[in-house]
Design a protein around this ligand. Structure first.
Ligand SMILES: [Zn+2]
Length: 350
């Protein structure tokens, strides 16, 4: 089967519309049912509910509040499909889930007499509440964890190595927003893809490297130092077929720019490298063109800093870094944050 990013995008969009439809139907069904059975329902304090029901209602309600906190973090930062899926169905699903949650939170203040008296309903509500409780665990770890980053004074400041508006496809300090975190030397690596004005990172069907706006874009030195190592001559991979576990970085430039600081720029285009081993480079200097070489799904620029020179040395540690002076768009508008560390799905520009 031919991998086709445009088809992925359509499949995600369909899935999101279907999920939105199901949850909207559920929310409406609940609303209609509650209105129709209004006479069999009362405020929980007036209904003389027992402690089992009150306890579950409190637990269920808190679980829903946790779920409400999970929704934006999960769908906007953690979800890898966000960069591919169209924004409209994703926004609709977030709205529908939030609507359903808020509606159910309000209903937690009421109780139906059948819940107080029917054994089956009590068991069912118990099971639903336990299931809902899992959102506590998600909220407890994912929500605060997603935004964790080492303190600013221990973070290296770089110049943004590309121009225009880019998206962090992988970034952050946790595995769930940055798969690089599975490899300690790459713990803080960022995969960057260039966006067009419409916020998309590819055009046409996304089956050719040239469909991607990153491909062939200029990459500049993020810091002043000297070229410690480089590789050139690796071919441009096919989309979603770039498996090169022996030379995962493909064509890369490694800059030694500070004590125990080795910076990698990877997946560059063969023949585009403007520097040689041992050259000194100035921050902002044009280095090469972005490409799709090595272990890569589609054209992007990979950047990370490690404290030892050999790529993926098992004793090496990844070092946190930011691009100074950038504007960042995380959830709503563009901002110029004082501490501009990036998470997956953040947009940034210089
Ligand atoms: Zn990467």
């Amino acid at each position: 089967m031919e991998e086709n990013l445009q088809q992925f995008a359509q499949t995600y969009a369909q899935g999101l519309w279907i999920a939105s439809g199901i949850f909207a139907a559920l929310a409406l069904f609940r609303l209609v049912l509650v209105i129709k059975t209004k006479s069999q329902r009362a405020w929980i304090f007036k209904a003389k509910a027992d402690f089992f029901v009150i306890g579950l209602k409190v637990f269920f309600g808190l679980g829903l509040i946790a779920f409400l906190a999970d929704i934006p973090v999960w769908f906007l930062s953690v979800a890898q499909f966000r960069s591919v899926a169209p924004a409209l169905p994703l926004s609709v699903l977030i709205f529908v889930l939030a609507w359903l949650s808020v509606q159910e939170i309000i209903l937690c203040f009421t109780v139906s007499y059948t819940l107080i008296h029917q054994f089956i309903k009590r068991i069912l509500f118990f099971l639903v509440s336990i299931f809902c409780g899992s959102s506590f665990i998600l909220a407890a770890f994912i929500v605060p964890g997603t935004f964790l980053y080492p303190p600013q004074d221990s973070t290296i400041e770089l110049q943004m190595p590309v121009k225009g508006t880019w998206l962090a496809a992988n970034a952050g300090h946790q595995k769930w927003v940055n798969y690089h975190n599975n490899f300690p030397p790459q713990a803080f690596a960022i995969d960057m893809v260039k966006l067009n004005e419409a916020g998309r990172f590819f055009e046409n069907e996304g089956i050719d490297s040239s469909d991607f706006f990153s491909f062939g874009d200029s990459v500049f030195a993020p810091a002043s130092g000297y070229v410690y190592q480089l590789a050139d001559g690796f071919p441009t991979q096919q989309i979603y077929k770039g498996v090169d576990s022996i030379n995962p970085a493909g064509n890369f430039i490694q800059i030694h720019f500070g004590l125990n600081q080795y910076l990698f720029l990877a997946h560059l285009q063969a023949g585009s490298l403007q520097v040689a081993k041992g050259d000194s480079v100035q921050a902002g200097q044009f280095l090469a063109l972005a490409g799709n070489s090595g272990n890569t799904s589609f054209p992007h620029v990979h950047i990370h800093i490690q404290d030892k020179p050999v790529l993926n040395d098992s004793l090496a540690k990844g070092l946190p870094f930011v691009f100074k002076g950038i504007e960042r768009k995380r959830y709503l508008g563009w901002e110029k944050p004082a501490y501009p560390f990036l998470l997956r799905n953040d947009k940034f520009r210089n």
